[in-house]
Write a protein that binds this ligand. Structure first.
Ligand SMILES: CCCCC/C=C\C/C=C\C/C=C\C/C=C\CCCC(=O)SCCNC(=O)CCNC(=O)[C@H](O)C(C)(C)COP(=O)(O)OP(=O)(O)OC[C@H]1O[C@@H](n2cnc3c(N)ncnc32)[C@H](O)[C@@H]1OP(=O)(O)O
Length: 208
C-alpha cells in the first residue's frame, strides 16, 4: 500500500484529546462573551477618541481584563479554542468561520471578515492566510493516520480584493500525501469570484 492509499483509508487513531472539542466549557454564555470581545475589536478599528474618552475606555477595559485574569486556567482547560459549537471554536484571535462540511474530502467553511480584519479597502491578507492555516489544520487532521500535522509553509495568492461584512466560502483539502508530507490546497470565494487561493505543506508529527 502506498502512503497515499494508506491516507485515503483515513485516520487510524482517535483525534488527540485537545482536538476533540466540547460544547460546555465556559458555559452557555461563553459564545456571547467572545462575540462581545470581537465587537470590542471591531469598534476599536473605527474610533478616534479624545484623550479623556481614551482614558475612560482604558479604565473600563482594564477592569474587564483583571476580572478575566482572576479566573485564568491552564490553556488546555480554557474554553477558547475548544468549543466546537462556536465560530472558530470560540477563539477570538481567529476569523470567526463556521464549518459547513468536514471530512476526509476536506473542509468547507463560511467566513465573514469584519471591521477588525480590515486592511485598507478589504480584508487584510494576513487574516486570509490565518484562515487558510486554520482550515488546513482541520483538513489535515482528518487525513493524517495519527497525531497532528504542522504547517511547514503556506503560500497565498491574492487574486482579487476580499470584502468584509459579507459571507464568503472557503474550501481547503489535502491534494496529495507523500509519507509525512501533506500537500494542501485551498480557495476563498465571494460568490463565484475567486478572492484567494492557497498552497501549503503540512508535516505529520506525533502531537501538536
Ligand atoms: C477543538 C476541535 C474541535 C473539533 C474539530 C475537529 C477536528 C479539527 C481539529 C483540529 C484542527 C484544529 C486546529 C488546527 C489548527 C491549526 C493548524 C495550524 C497549524 C500550525 O500553524 S502549526 C504552527 C506553525 N508551524 C510550525 O511551528 C512548524 C515549525 N517547524 C517544525 O516543527 C518542523 O520544521 C516540521 C515539523 C515542519 C518539520 O520538521 P521534521 O523534523 O518533523 O521533518 P523534516 O525537517 O525531516 O522534514 C520532513 C520532510 O518535509 C520537508 N520539509 C520540511 N519543511 C519544509 C519546508 N518548509 N519546505 C519544503 N519542504 C519541507 C523536508 O524536506 C522533508 O522532506 P523529505 O522527507 O522528502 O526529505
Amino acid at each position: 500500500m502506498t502512503s497515499t492509499q494508506q491516507a485515503d483509508a483515513g485516520r487510524t487513531s482517535e483525534l488527540p484529546k485537545w482536538a476533540r472539542g466540547n460544547s460546555h466549557r465556559g458555559g452557555p454564555g461563553f459564545g456571547e462573551l467572545i462575540e462581545q470581545v470581537r465587537s470590542v475589536m471591531d469598534a476599536s478599528r473605527f474610533i478616534a477618541p479624545g484623550d479623556d474618552v481614551a482614558r475612560e475606555l482604558t479604565a473600563d477595559l482594564s477592569r474587564i481584563v483583571e476580572r478575566m485574569q482572576a479566573i485564568a486556567v491552564p490553556v488546555d482547560d480554557a474554553a477558547a479554542d475548544s468549543r466546537e459549537d462556536l465560530p472558530a471554536r470560540g477563539n477570538p484571535s481567529l476569523p470567526p468561520f463556521e464549518i459547513i462540511d468536514l471530512g476526509s474530502e476536506g473542509v468547507v467553511a463560511e467566513i465573514v471578515f469584519r471591521a477588525f480584519h480590515l486592511g485598507r479597502l478589504s480584508a487584510h491578507g494576513g487574516n486570509i492566510s490565518l484562515l487558510f492555516d486554520e482550515l488546513a489544520g482541520y483538513a489535515t487532521m482528518h487525513r493524517v493516520t495519527s497525531g497532528f500535522a504542522r504547517t511547514a509553509f503556506l503560500k497565498v495568492d491574492y487574486r482579487s480584493l476580499t470584502p468584509i461584512d459579507r459571507p464568503l466560502r472557503a474550501r481547503v483539502w489535502v491534494e496529495e500525501i507523500d509519507g509525512r508530507k501533506l500537500h494542501v490546497l485551498g480557495t476563498l470565494h465571494d460568490g463565484d469570484r475567486l478572492c484567494a487561493d492557497m498552497t501549503a505543506l503540512f508535516i505529520q508529527v506525533p502531537d501538536a
